[in-house]
Design a protein around this ligand. Sequence first.
Ligand code: FEO
Length: 402
Amino acid sequence: MIQQTNQSVMGVVPAVQWIGILDPDLRVFDIVMETKFGTTYNAYFIDAEKKTIIDTSKEPFKDDFLAKVRKVCHPSELEYVVMNHTEPDHAGALKHLLAEAPKVTVVATGQALAYLSEMIGIPFKSLKVKDGDVLDLGNKRLRFVGAPNLHWPDTMFTYLVEDRVLFTCDCFGAHFSHPAMMDDLVGNYDEAFDYYFHTILQPYSRFMLKAVEKIRPLDIALICPGHGPVLRTCWQERVQRSALMAQEYLSSAESSVRRVLVAYVSAYGYTREMAELVASGINSVPGTSAELMDIEHASLGELEAALTRTSALVVGSPTINQNTLLPVYKLFAACNPIRDRSKKAMIFGSYGWSGEATDIIEANLRVLKWEVTSGPVRDKFRPVGDKGAPFVAAGKAFATGL
Ligand code: FEO
């Protein structure tokens, strides 16, 4: 098995070479997303009469990336760089490439070109393309497939007609680094693939389904994504899997059973008791189901997954030193206003003196676009005796209002 490195390039088909970067040691992507399998930043060289590169790499790897470019061509020969998406894990090295390849024209959607202008800060030659446009590379053609909002407004796919290769950037990719780089040589990476979809693409499931329909008529030999293995043997399976996860997400959002995540931390068990009381109130409402979750040791991935499958959120915390606790701030980091916007939320908590935690949580949830439907429910120390009833009632009222 050939092992790729950050010094080697790899043939995908005779006219296409992978010139991407392996980042196997990355453990957190975009600060908030866990990447326990590392990742790759895939870029590709098309050896056409008009030499072309698809996407670049993250800026810290620019030297390795540029060395790879020099292995496949002289940068001054490059005609085009196609940017399917401009997030800096793909666009970070572009300005350094442009410095070596002055005649290059950057090909991208209008949104992408606007973003690149802001990122690069110097003029560059550009060609704005839209869905269905074709770019002549002399002996080959590129056809552009509009695929917006996957997961930025700028995104598109690029189809190399003569070689039947589709370049999809973040779509159908995974944060998964393996030096063999080919889907049939890297072992099972379903966990990384599914996690990537749930974390990055799932909020855009409607757009994913549209994109899948759009590529269905294409005669595709393989898919080259922007992260993870090249799909040379199982692209259909990955596309179908993405469509299925998108459909499942949209169906669960419309499900008749409303899930309510009751996320809490508890120093001495008092807030846990409140959480159980709130959950019992929620469960007393037909068609509603509470999911209790002690988030003290929850990973970002677990929080993401729980937030993704919930229809509403209840957060409980004690007040310690006039503040809430670190796991609750981690929960905030896992919130995604695009996904969670307008979902309903309530807050509860235990306190001894002043009880600021619930107000802090409420303020943060509002900023994160949750719809907080009522004021916090809180009480001193433990919900003993009659003090438990308001928590049950609050849970019931909250669930009734969903
Ligand atoms: Fe891999 Fe959205 O960048």
